[in-house]
Design a binder for this molecule. Structure first.
Ligand code: G3I
Length: 363
């Protein structure tokens, strides 16, 4: 896929980095959102959707309908939701969200065929290589076949890279890694491709964007895993950057842009799959937090778009009323987190104006 933006924009980002240095702030996030880039062609925008909230809150359904080109069932395609017991599959939640997306003319991302978390108790008891391979293959065959031609893109594997990789230890310690070794990645991709050869297959993970040896190693491991799949003729189409951004941490712009260049060399797409901003260390003032979050999202997306056009930009929810961030990253002052583009009353925040630059036609 060709690079979508001329190199001149990288100069703009370098100027912004220089401003960051001159202003002595932790990151561009502390600067007011600049004019930023605009995508020449609209980039499909979407959100994860929680079935419980979808059923309960009409404003949530309306927001998904109004803002989204893409819908991702947040939890309803995970093993925990589908496989209450080994002998049956419960697709009720996923079917409802898939039907909503289809009747609304929205595309779908599936999340996630293999993850080391959100497993039902029986799956955590799998104890041999043969059993692990049998259960993994049967799960992927059944799930991908059900939504063949309907779910266009799958997070085939989610978070298989070790958080802080060690030399010789690139992979996260999960039941799949323990029983199958790194081959669990190949088994998952090979199976998904066999069942739905037209689906786009993605390796999804987090923290590719921060400075330091850890994120740099994670970027390299992600590329190595995809390169190994390609070398074996196993279809892989892209890497998903979850992009749970920390407002109090800098971005490694050079690292991100180098990652985008390497993705291009491997003819791999990039997708932003779970974008939100963790603002727990920011001052309480909501206008300050919203401005910083919007600026961080703009700087992050500018860095990506200036080198490689994402296939989609997906936020991990739409409204601050419903986000994992509040419980997982509680603020000391008890104030609610403000991680998403709409506030708790579904009013657009500065972050939505930044996202509009990418999701709307610029003509
Ligand atoms: O559906 C059950 C419900 O029946 C039960 O009464 C309730 C209380 O036990 O639990 C409900 O399931 C919860 C599920 O969300 C649906 O609400 C699970 O306990 C809870 O663990 C699950 O949390 C999700 C988490 O992934 C684990 O699957 C979060 O909502 C979701 O935002 C989070 O998303 C992950 C991505 O999948 C991967 N990247 C990181 C991201 C944030 O952690």
């Amino acid at each position: 896929m060709r690079q979508s933006e001329p190199d001149r924009h990288i100069g703009a980002l370098t100027r912004r980095d220089a401003l960051v240095a001159a202003a002595g702030v932790a990151s561009a996030a502390m600067l007011a959102p600049g004019p930023g880039l605009a995508a020449a062609r609209p980039i499909p925008f979407g959100s994860a959707a929680q079935i419980e909230t979808f059923r309960a809150d009409p404003r949530y359904r309306q927001a998904l309908t109004s803002y989204c080109d893409v819908i991702v069932p947040m939890n309803d395609l995970k093993w925990e939701a589908i496989r209450h017991d080994r002998s049956r599959f419960d697709f009720s939640g996923a079917d409802e969200l898939v039907a909503f997306a289809e009747r609304s003319g929205k595309s779908l991302r599936g999340h996630a065929l293999l993850w080391g978390e959100a497993l039902p108790p029986w799956a955590k008891e799998i104890s041999t290589r043969a059993e692990a391979e049998r259960e993994l293959v049967q799960h992927i065959e059944t799930v991908v076949d059900r939504y063949k031609g309907r779910i266009a893109t799958w997070d085939v594997v989610n978070e298989v890279i070790k958080f802080e990789p060690l030399p010789g230890e690139p992979m996260r310690d999960t039941i799949w890694q323990r029983l199958l070794g790194p081959a669990h990645v190949e088994i998952a991709f090979r199976t998904a491709a066999r069942i739905d050869p037209k689906a786009r297959l993605v390796l999804n993970d987090f923290n590719f964007e921060e400075p330091g040896p850890g994120p740099a190693a994670r970027r390299k491991i992600a590329l190595d895993l995809c390169r190994r799949l390609k070398d074996k003729g196993i279809p892989v189409h892209g890497i998903g950057l979850q992009a749970h951004l920390y407002a109090d941490k800098p971005l490694d712009i050079d690292g991100l842009q180098g990652f985008m260049v390497e993705l291009g060399k491997l003819d791999l797409d990039v997708e932003i799959t779970e974008l939100d901003v963790i603002d727990w260390k920011l001052p309480a003032d909501t206008a300050t937090r919203d401005r910083a979050a919007a600026s961080l999202v703009g700087t992050f997306l500018d860095a990506i778009v200036s080198v490689r056009r994402p296939k989609a930009i997906v936020t991990w929810g739409l409204s601050d009323r419903y986000s994992w961030v509040h419980e997982t990253f509680p603020r000391k002052d008890g104030a609610r987190a403000r991680p998403l583009p709409l506030d708790a009353d579904f009013r657009p925040k500065p972050m939505m104006a930044v996202l509009d630059r990418y999701r709307r036609s610029q003509s």
